[in-house]
Design a protein around this ligand. Sequence first.
Ligand code: UDP
Ligand code: MG
Length: 337
Amino acid sequence: MVETVTTREPMSGAALRRAGAPAPQLSVVVPVYNEEESIPHLHQRLTAELEKLGITYEIIAVDDGSRDRSFSLLSDLARHDRRWRVVRFRRNFGQTAAFSAGFDRARGDVVVTIDADLQNDPADIGALLEKIGEGYDVVSGWRERRQDPFLNRRLPSMIANRLISWATGVYLHDYGCSLKAYRLDVVRGIRLYGELHRFIPAIASWQGVAVAELPVHHEARRFGKSKYGISRTVRVVLDLLTVRFLLSYGTRPMQIFGLLGLLASSLGVAIGAYLSWIKLVYGAAIADRPLLLLAVLLIVLGVQFVSLGLIGELIVRTYYETQAKPIYVVREELNGA
Ligand code: UDP
Ligand code: MG
């Protein structure tokens, strides 16, 4: 569980509501980790673009344990511009935790996430909102002309996007793009762990949401440096296994582990039966046959898989029942008068 520890936060969303502050139409969530040079430009560009849209908005900047002047710059902004809210983590918890803290506090009907490093263009927010207006629940930016190095960035990302799309059934060109828009209830219904933020569209698909994709601009990083390296690819693939499992067997682990167990043990029993047959009927020596080892291995494996499935079932029940989590999401409900 990712605990979002904060200090000196001006006011939580609930506290603001209690204080009677009207909810803005849009919440922009910005994760910030050592981005001191970018922050003044970010403020200026966001303000210019959002004011053009003529809507009420708030910007929730989440300082993810920066060690530079990011926090002091952000707190200056919040002092001068009431639309800026700042959350400061005690240490670096990662981008997913930062998004999560932003989502927990967001009050706008629509939540937009954007990077602090100016690689995304705030001018695209208007188009994202238009798409949401058309009825989509999630609109994902697609960095069609991505300005990052090919070999260690674009190529692994291309492969990862194909893989994620195929495995989750939600086809997107660019899962990695931070510039995305969501309806508030979509992000509220999602708990994020580890580094799962890039899978939000796929995780949200469990709720039955309409997902759209929109080409957005992308610029090369001007200040500071990227917080990630090539090792991210491996972690994305591992995360994908988790997401894939949760999406398809999250509430019925027995069906996957049980199936594997049944397959393994049936094969083991079949091989064992064959060996017994040739031993008993033909008197063949089977003690030194590798097949015997395989039979034993498969049966033991089968029993383990089935046990794992049963334990999984128990855990799923605990998971849903301790938190009174529903295993479904209702779109609407009509009760005759
Ligand atoms: N970020 C963060 N915590 C981290 C790493 C990154 O809040 O541990 C922020 C970072 O400040 C930036 C965004 O997440 O606003 C994306 O990071 P980065 O630009 O390094 O990723 P890239 O664009 O290279 O994929
Ligand atoms: Mg970046």
